[in-house]
Design a protein around this ligand. Sequence first.
Ligand SMILES: [Ca+2]
Ligand SMILES: [Ca+2]
Ligand SMILES: [Ca+2]
Length: 337
Amino acid sequence: MSTVEMLEGTISQFLRRWLGLPRSPSSIALYGNSTMLQLPISGLSEEFKSEQSAVLGLIRHCCMPPMQQERHPGAYPQLLPEDMKKSGKLDDDRKQLQINYTHLAEESDELLTNYTDLLEERDQLHTNVTDITEDRDLCLDRYRSLAADKAQLLASYNNVAREKNNLMTSYNNLAQQKKQLATSNNDLAQQKKQLTTSNNNLEAQRNRFYSKLQSGGWIRFQSNFYFFSTESKNWHDSRADCRQRAADLVIVNSWVEEDFLSSHLQESTWMGLSDIDTEGVWKWVDGTQLTSGFWAPGEPNNVKGDEDCVHLDKGREWKWNDNTCSQPKRWTCELTF
Ligand SMILES: [Ca+2]
Ligand SMILES: [Ca+2]
Ligand SMILES: [Ca+2]
């Protein structure tokens, strides 16, 4: 193989290798991220420099001017005519190669620019990732806070639900009680109605009874009725007459009653007080013992030795006197309600 053929092979290999690479920015983008692209660029730069040095060496060796080759005979091979022809073609290829080299340099600069842009984009993406990470952490904190609030709200809801159940139970109990009270109220209203009717009937009966008493000579004072006899009997017969009238001899409970009696009396009158059972111990006909009375001055004196019954004495302003029970006197009956 001649020197020119060796040079042509080397140049063809160089051209295939370099002119076969992707040349547009869109094709370069196919290389992926910046890290993947950086390694091929560095390797290609070194390889390019090596190939460039080899080609330039061959060019200098084969295309040295004849004057220099004559100064250094034997240092350069002697070119044949056909070699000279190929040398001209080689010179054209060298120029074309120089043009391609310039293009490659421009593409290299463009690749470098793209690489720098990718680095900036990577940094921007890194910043974005950092921001998103911070946002994610904030969201996570917010999520945990909301989860805690949710748990608290759930606990409160459960408490309220329990209170609601308790209130519902109380409400049902109260509703039951209300129903029972309504029933009782209706029963009581019915009873009240019946009692009102009975009361009205009793009042009517009482009024008829009062009328009958008054028509029979009884006199009403406050809530009691009094019968004043016009005939005279001993104390025991007088009391028997009162009891026959469903009453008893009068019991003087107050000065007002004493005054009422004195205003209606005309003669001395038996009253329901005696010491028949025990001398000196005065008892009313209802069994109660006398505590204070309206005695005439000096009474009771039991002057006759058996003065065991008491009457209102006309001669001494209707004050009381003990006297023998066998004496006939008028009497006064009292009917209490
Ligand atoms: Ca009385
Ligand atoms: Ca006596
Ligand atoms: Ca007396």
